[in-house]
Design a binder for this molecule. Structure first.
Ligand SMILES: Nc1ncnc2c1ncn2[C@@H]1O[C@H](COP(=O)(O)OP(=O)(O)O)[C@@H](O)[C@H]1O
Ligand SMILES: [Mg+2]
Length: 265
């Protein structure tokens, strides 16, 4: 059963794109078929991590009825070397200034996004579709949140992030999103991680799926690649593996609940 996993944060710069790119690679390395779609059309970025910067087809072309969604999907399985079964795709958003201006002035047809996600899952035979979202709350973001099997809300230990995340969690609850997890990024080195995790879990009444320190190596990498591949033995990479495992487990658990619910009916 395929899973749609959205990663969201109330504010920008929290590490969504970097965490999604690493998760997607680590899960594809386990032999899964994974795609990432950049729905951050106002400020796209995840293509940079995979070094995609030429004039390729993008999600924008699909939303403007120029191409099918699969024509905007790039096979980037080169990032998972020596894998027979796993595959990785990226559907980038346009970085062209005119395209971004058009999105800002005209918006786009949100319902096309939903049908695009379904088509991608079917035609690429995906196990996981990761959605990189635009920070804050907008109609488009709410749609991706609403149709996800799992929503991961990421925040930094920062009062602005805490307050904004309150808003997101409340709205997600109003949308009756059942399957939510938190992730904490950019924690200062000297902070008590256990205490922080407990505080976040208590605050939002949600589990923390991953907690990551502010990393010098990550800063130095500067989105020029996939951290877990470039630093396979770093402790940050071990945390990324654990994060991936938690997310796989959580979506499996949800699948079992769904099967039980269907069975009971
Ligand atoms: N744990 C971390 N430690 C240090 N720098 C990080 C960490 N996570 C992300 N970054 C950096 O923060 C910036 C924003 O990350 P990005 O993934 O683009 O966030 P978002 O997609 O939420 O805007 C990037 O320069 C990235 O390299
Ligand atoms: Mg981003």
């Amino acid at each position: 059963m395929s899973k749609i996993i959205s990663m969201h944060s109330f504010r920008g710069g929290t590490g969504k794109s970097n965490l999604i790119a690493n998760l997607a690679v680590l899960i594809a390395l386990q032999g899964k078929r994974v795609a990432i779609i950049d729905t951050d059309l106002q400020s796209p970025g995840i293509h940079a991590l995979f070094n995609i910067n030429d004039n390729r087809k993008t999600l924008n072309d699909y939303l403007w009825n120029r191409i099918s969604i699969t024509e905007a999907a790039y096979d980037i399985s080169d990032y998972i070397p020596n894998q027979q079964k796993g595959q990785l795709f990226l559907i980038p958003a346009s970085i062209n200034p005119e395209d971004i201006a058009k999105i800002l002035s005209d918006g786009y047809n949100v319902s096309l996004l939903n049908s695009g996600f379904r088509r991608l899952i079917k035609e690429l035979n995906l196990d996981y579709l990761f959605i990189d979202t635009h920070p804050g709350l907008s109609r488009e973001t709410l749609l991706s949140i609403a149709i996800s099997n799992l929503l991961i809300i990421i925040l930094r230990p920062d009062r602005q992030d805490f307050q904004g995340t309150d808003v997101t969690v409340n709205i997600a609850r109003q949308l009756q999103i059942k399957n939510m997890m938190m992730a904490i990024n950019k924690t200062p080195i000297n902070i008590d991680l256990v205490e922080l995790q407990q505080q976040v879990e208590k605050n939002y009444n949600l589990p923390v799926s991953g907690i990551f320190p502010l990393s010098q190596e990550m800063t130095e990498l500067g989105s020029k690649g996939i951290f877990a591949l470039q630093h396979p033995d770093d402790s940050f990479t071990h945390l990324l593996y654990k994060f991936a495992e938690n997310i796989i487990q959580e979506s499996r658990l949800h699948e079992e609940i769904l099967i039980e619910v269907n069975y009971c009916h």
